[in-house]
Design a protein around this ligand. Structure first.
Ligand code: ZN
Length: 457
């Protein structure tokens, strides 16, 4: 075992790595035995193995040199004293990273310090204003602070910290996983089989069921969706809790049929819970909410160039990658097929996070739905109302698809962080559920006033 770790580390000595498109790095690993007053004497694999097996000291050092063109930007030495094969294994696990050299960029949030994962060096370099290989809170805030969205510094710093280090934030335990959601939906249907049905509208790329609950028996049909963006953890919980609230609101059961899909993108969601908390796309790297068939690509945006990207990206790896073609993904296909099969649906609330925004496609939609906006504003007075033009160009989104189909729809960007924890999560759920229930009530009131305006498409 000592042999493998030793060989792997020594094999890295001749490699030159491109870190972030700008800097190159080399590493030198050395093993030695301590000599009284004379530093250490270099030793080979056999002696390392023998000494560690006997519990004798082995010194291991790693020297990192990072260059920009020919200028040395960073030199760092890490040394350890090892006395067991297990310690060598731990040292090797830290530094023998196939993606590149470890422990190059440091990252700090308000309360945390860690090492940037090699896969995130490009982002770290982008943030690191003074190129000292330390990404500080000030640097993160000056680059990552969103313009139109409401956010809080602490949440943003924590998120960027977990993103750059690829650590899963501790509040993951406050959120159900995909299986937990499935069980919760089936439990709800089990409690009220007269009222709640769970159906699968298709499968994700990795073969998970995409499940929708149907709740109620009314003639007014509304759709609520969550977690099409993997990292927006709050949205799934708001959708599920809205379903529970609706089950306990009998006055709506005879006027409303709600279709509720808490977890649209369960593949991406699972990845965000276990590998990379910043992932937004599906298992294929596609942003589902840029992959719908309406306005998938704007005029003047050519398919084979990313320099002219408008409203979605043609670069695989971008969080807003629109996919190779409209509706290329099973998750977007499932929703469009579902809407085909349920043309009785007149309203769609698509839950996202974060930013405290209510977004509809355009000024006319906002004007046409002023009673709905007014009612939602009463529940969420600090949320801003925007149309897509003011938000910024987007393509292939849920609300653009809805508009094409004559469905009244809104994107609700909940609260101020992707993955709120503790009291902030609880408050976010409460506010989200109240907003979703207000939305559903408006759907029924609309029909009471006989204002149904859905065109035949
Ligand atoms: Zn989103």
């Amino acid at each position: 075992m000592a042999g493998t770790s030793y060989q792997n580390l020594i094999a890295r000595n001749n490699r030159r790595w491109n870190l972030d498109g700008v800097h190159n790095a080399t590493e030198t690993f050395r093993f030695g035995r301590p000599r009284f007053l004379l530093g250490s004497k270099a030793i080979g694999a056999d002696e390392v193995a023998t000494r560690l097996a006997n519990g004798e000291k082995v010194l291991v050092s790693r020297e990192l040199e990072v260059k920009y063109q020919d200028r040395v930007s960073l030199k760092r030495e890490t040394s350890e004293e090892l006395t067991s094969p297990g310690q060598l294994k731990t040292f090797a696990a830290r530094f023998d990273r196939p993606e590149g050299p470890a422990e190059v960029y440091q990252v700090q949030s308000q309360s945390l310090t860690g090492w940037v994962d090699p896969s995130e060096y490009e982002t770290a370099n982008f943030y690191d204003g003074n190129a000292d290989f330390v990404v500080t809170p000030d640097e993160i805030l000056s680059e990552a602070a969103p313009k139109k969205l409401s956010y809080e510094n602490d949440s943003l710093l924590d998120f960027q910290f977990h993103r750059l280090t690829k650590q899963i934030p501790p509040q993951v335990v406050e959120y159900l996983d995909s299986k937990g959601y499935q069980k919760a939906m089936l439990d709800l249907a089990g409690e009220r089989p007269d009222l709640v049905k769970v159906l699968s509208i298709g499968k994700t790329r990795e073969g998970r069921d995409i499940q929708v609950m149907r709740i109620g028996h009314g003639d007014n049909h509304a759709f609520i969706s969550g977690l099409s963006h993997a990292r927006e953890w709050l949205t799934g919980q708001v959708a599920l809790e809205t379903a529970r609230e609706l089950v306990n609101t009998p006055q709506l059961h005879e006027t409303l049929t709600a279709w509720i899909m808490p977890v649209h993108n369960s593949d991406g969601y699972e990845k965000s819970r276990t590998e990379d908390p910043s992932v937004r796309t599906n298992a294929n790297g596609v942003d589902i909410n840029r992959n719908y068939s309406a306005e998938w690509r704007l005029a003047g945006d050519s398919p084979h160039s990313t320099s002219d990207d408008k409203g979605g990206s043609d670069r695989l790896g971008s969080p807003s990658f629109r996919g190779k073609s409209a509706l290329s993904e099973p998750e977007s296909q499932a929703v469009e097929r579902f809407l085909d099969e349920h043309s009785e649906i007149t309203h769609w609330l698509d839950l996202h996070g974060y930013g405290k925004l209510m977004i509809m496609t355009d000024e006319q939609e906002l004007a046409k739905n002023s009673p709905l906006i007014k009612a939602l504003n009463t529940e969420l007075p600090d949320y801003k109302v925007l149309d897509l033009n003011s938000y910024g160009a987007t393509t292939g989104t849920s609300i653009q698809l809805a508009k094409k189909r004559g469905i009244t729809s809104m994107v609700l960007e909940l609260e101020t962080s992707f993955q709120p924890a503790g009291a902030k999560r609880e408050l976010g759920v409460q506010k989200g559920v109240r907003a979703a229930m207000t939305f559903l009530k408006q759907v029924t009131e609309r029909s009471n006033r006989h204002l149904s305006t859905k065109p035949n498409l």
